[in-house]
Structures are given as C-alpha cells and as structure tokens.
Design a binder for this molecule. Structure first.
Ligand SMILES: Nc1nc2c(c(=O)[nH]1)N[C@H]1C(S)=C(S)[C@@H](COP(=O)(O)O)O[C@H]1N2
Ligand SMILES: [Mo]
Length: 522
C-alpha cells in the first residue's frame, strides 16, 4: 500500500493539495463570497444578498405539495429550515469544488463563478430589485474567486519541493484561512447592520400611533371567554398568525411607498403614504383566516384594522364595466386576485389597511400598507406590502396561488375549534369545561354545538357578537365519568348552514370537517 508514495514520484506528478485543505479552500471562498455579497446588499436592499435571493427563488420553484408539507411540518420555522438546508448544500458543493481542484485551481474557480452567476440570476429575477442590486452578487463573485485563488496558492502541498511543504506554508495557509473566515463574518455582519440602519423599522417608528376618525365599536368584556380557555378576542400583534412566501420580510419604507391603481379604470390613480395617512381613517374589527388552516388549526386571528375603504379608492379610479378581479401585487412580486364585486361591496368593508390595533402595520404583516377583505381567505384578498392593483378580468391574469392549484373564489368556510381541553389533556372526572371559537366571516355564527361520546348534539353558550366578520367564542360544561372521552364541535352560521362532517383537505379552497378532541378524565 505505502509504496506508491516513493521518493521517485515528485518528478512525475506536480504538487497536489491535500483533500482537507482543498475542501477548506472551497468552503472559505464561499463564506467570503456570501459575506461580501451581504455587505453590498446592505447598502442596496438586503434582499439583493445572493444567499437570500437564491432562497427566495427556491421557494417560488418549490412544488406545492412540498411547500404544504414544509408549512405543516415546520410551521413558522419552514424558512429557517430552508435557509439551513441551503447552507448545507452550498457548503457541500463548495467543498467538492475545492476537492476537484487538487492540482489546478481552475475547476474550483469555475464552480465558484457558477455560484456567483446563480446568485446574480436570482437577484435579477426579483421584481423588487433594480439593476444596481446586481452589484451584490458581482461582489460575491469577485471576492469568491479571489479568495479561492489566494488560498489555493498558499495551501500546503504534497510532493512539493521542501520550501512549499514545510511548517511555514501550513502556517500561512492557516492564517489566510482564518483571515477569510473572520473577514466573511465581519462583512456579513456589517451588511446586516447597514441594512438595519436604513430599513423600514425606522420609517415605521417615525409614524407614531394611528388614531382613526371613526373608531371600531369597543369590544365588550363578554366577547371572549379567555378566562375559560378561549383565545383573547383581539389577537396581540406579535401573536397574529403569519403566512407568506417571503424569506426575508420585505422592507419598503413609508416614504418610498406608493400604490398604483390602473387597468380597467377611467383614470389611473396613485397614492403615496401621506395621501392615505391624511385621509379620515376608519377602524374595523376583522378576523382573518388562511386557506391552509387545517381543521382545528390556528391560522386565524383578529385585529382592529385601521385604514381606508378600498371601495373609495376604486371609486376615485372609476372601475369600468366588465372588470372581474383586482390583480394585486406586493413589493416582492407576490400576487393575489380579489373579486371586484367583493372589493366594491361597502357592506363587506374591504380596506387598504395601514394599522393594526392602533399601531402602524408590523413589518411582517405588510408595512406600510396591505389589503384586508372580510370573508375571503387571505391568499385572494389580503396582499401585504401592496404596491399595485390592476383592475382586470380572470382570464387576463392568474395570481400566485391560482397558478399553483388553489381556487379562484375563496370565501372563508364556516369553522369551529375546541381550545379547552387540549388533545390528551388529563382532567378531573365530574364537571369538565369545554371552550373554543367559531367563525364564518361575512355571515356570522348562529350556533355552536358539541357532541360527547356519541350522545346527542348539545348547544353551547356563545360570546357577545362583535360583528359578522369576526370570530365568536363558545363554552359549556359537561359531566364525565373517569375514562377517555371524545368531543366533537360544529357551528351553524347565520345563513342556516351547519358544518359538514365530510373531511376535505386545505387544497384547493379550504378544509372541512368537525374538529374533535380526545381527553382523559381521572
Ligand atoms: N405579499 C404577500 N401578501 C400575502 C401573502 C404572501 O405570501 N405575500 N400571503 C397571503 C396569505 S396566504 C394570507 S393567509 C395572509 C396572511 O396575512 P398575515 O401574515 O398578516 O396573517 O396574507 C396574504 N398576503
Ligand atoms: Mo393564506
């Protein structure tokens, strides 16, 4: 085995890198490249960072089943998992690039350059970035190739003449490598700091509290049974569910934001933030729901939204006959298609919202402005970071989720949920309290019934109704013997419809079925 390393070899084969140092060259060059790209992106838009841009591109290319699986399995952490997975793939590829370059640096340079081009392509594809943003992947490319060449040159070699293989070479390689690692961290961190200083947070902080000209009616004390185990009626902003395709939260500043309404209208109109802020603001209490909410799920929350009537803005533009959908685009290029009829229905009260619970919209909920349409699932009605509304037909345009297999029309389905007890809770036998929530936005909830272990349905006590566009809480008390018990819940809305027990999945237009909970009485 050991005989091939004989002294005769040096004359025939050129000096080669050892596999670990070659792999290290690749990985460190990658980190330096990402750090440099992140720094340059900090000055332009953090979304120009090649790493984030590639991740966002990957999200848009992910098949719907996988996306659904990711959201179900990892919940809000789906994006963290994606970023982590991407990092692992990139590090592995960079290590391979290094190992392919044991003799000549050329293969590694080609692979590092391909990486840079991929980042450039991902940035180029983003609708919210201009050509300047390409400077970030360009910086990555240059720094990546340069660091790779440098480290490759100083790496210690096998079969090398004495002066290239000794301790001095190893030491300079370690120094160079450590320098690249620290440099990558410093560059990346600086990018994060720079972007933080000029991002939307400061813009939002400068706006202050939002006071509507017309406040929503005060929420009565008996609108929830939070003490009995339901959610609070209004969801605190940090607890409001969040669903979107954005890997990093888009950061438009209020000062830079505007909304354009065009297409099948009498006259194109454009509103800047101050135009909206200075109008008499209305406030409405609305429960929003995501179509991806499983039976029993918690993608449902309630807020006092502050903004203006969408119907007013549309009236100023003058919607032309024949218009069917509002094709709404966010600053990051996501789109939704809202039925024009729903948007114009003053009774429904669709809004261009700029605030939640008297605060400017939190960044992750669409700062500076978003749409909210009571009674329709969010993906057809609630574009966050909205910048463009094209009034058009269903045929002319297809929105993001419609193209991916979800329905065109998406009214929220009547639903109910048991919040107390939780599944497999253990409770003392005897009197057991049950509590939860039901919703049927735009219709209102008329009744909530529960059924325990095959006994007949029995009615529950409902909370005070705030308005038909909000959820309603329920509670009741039952007597149970020791043992395992199963309880079902079903709601009836004010149109007289009672929830079906037929189970349907979330695709294409929302889940159905009765929520049930099993608990143990001892
Ligand atoms: N720009 C943008 N807006 C969006 C989405 C998105 O992915 N991007 N998702 C929609 C979906 S599916 C829902 S359910 C609601 C959720 O709003 P929230 O995150 O404020 O709860 O936002 C909608 N608006
Ligand atoms: Mo959604």
């Amino acid at each position: 085995m050991a005989t091939t390393e004989a002294p005769a070899a040096p004359s025939t084969s050129p000096p080669r890198l050892r596999i670990p140092s070659a792999a290290l060259c690749g990985v460190l060059a990658l980190l330096a490249a990402l750090g440099a790209g992140h720094l340059v992106a900090g000055f332009i838009s953090i979304n120009a960072s090649p790493y984030l841009a590639v991740g966002n591109g990957a999200i848009d290319l992910t098949p719907i089943e996988l996306k659904d699986f990711a959201v179900r399995t990892f919940g809000t952490y789906d994006k963290v998992v994606l970023l982590g997975g991407m990092a692992a793939v990139m590090v592995a590829a960079a290590a391979v690039a290094g190992v392919l370059s044991l003799r000549s640096p050329r293969p590694g340079v080609v692979i590092v350059a391909l990486f840079g081009l991929l980042g450039g392509f991902a940035v180029y594809q983003r609708p919210d970035l201009t050509a300047v943003a390409l400077l970030a992947p360009a910086a990555s490319l240059v720094v990546g190739v340069a660091v790779f060449l440098l480290l490759h040159r100083i790496a210690p070699r096998k079969n090398a003449p004495a002066e290239r293989s000794g301790g001095a070479s190893r030491r300079s390689f370690l120094l160079g490598g450590a320098g690249a690692l620290v440099g990558a961290g410093v560059l990346g961190g600086a990018g994060q700091l720079v972007s933080g200083a000029r991002d939307a947070t400061a813009s939002r902080a400068a706006i202050g509290a939002l006071v509507p000209a017309k406040s929503a009616p005060a929420i009565p004390a008996d609108a929830d049974f939070a003490k009995l185990g339901t959610p609070t009626f209004l969801t605190p902003n940090p607890k409001f569910y969040r669903v979107d395709t954005a890997l990093s939260v888009p950061q438009p500043r209020a000062e830079d934001w505007s909304l354009r309404i065009h297409g099948m209208v009498e006259r194109e109109v454009r509103y800047r933030y101050a135009d909206i802020r200075n109008r008499p603001l209305v406030e409405r209490t609305i429960t929003m729901t995501c179509v991806s909410n499983e039976v029993g799920g918690d993608y449902v929350s309630t807020s006092d939204f502050i903004g203006v009537d969408l119907a007013d803005l549309l009236a100023e533009a003058g919607v032309r006959p024949g218009a069917e959908q509002l094709f709404c685009t966010s600053v990051d290029g996501w789109t939704s298609g809202t039925p024009v009829a729903a948007a114009l229905d003053r009774d429904r009260g669709a809004m261009l919202a700029i605030g939640m619970n008297r605060e400017p919209l939190p960044l992750e909920h669409g700062f500076p402005a978003r749409l909210v349409t009571p009674g329709l699932y969010g993906y057809v009605s609630a574009t966050k970071w909205v910048v463009d509304i094209e009034v058009t037909t269903w045929k002319a345009r297809q929105a993001y989720w419609l193209k991916r297999g979800w329905g065109e029309q998406a009214p929220v389905k009547t639903e109910s949920r048991i919040d107390t007890p939780k599944g497999f809770d253990t409770v003392p036998a005897g009197a057991v309290r049950l509590a939860g929530v039901a919703w049927s936005q735009h219709n209102g909830i008329a009744d909530v019934e529960i059924k325990v272990d095959g006994s007949p349905w029995q009615r529950t006590t409902l909370s005070a109704e705030v308005n038909v566009n909000t959820w309603r809480m329920w509670w009741t008390q039952i007597a149970v013997k020791p043992g395992t018990h199963q309880v079902f819940v079903r709601a009836t809305d004010k149109t007289g419809y009672t929830q079906t027990d037929a189970r349907a999945g979330t695709v294409p237009d929302g889940a159905t079925g009765w929520h049930s909970t099993t608990f143990i009485a001892t």
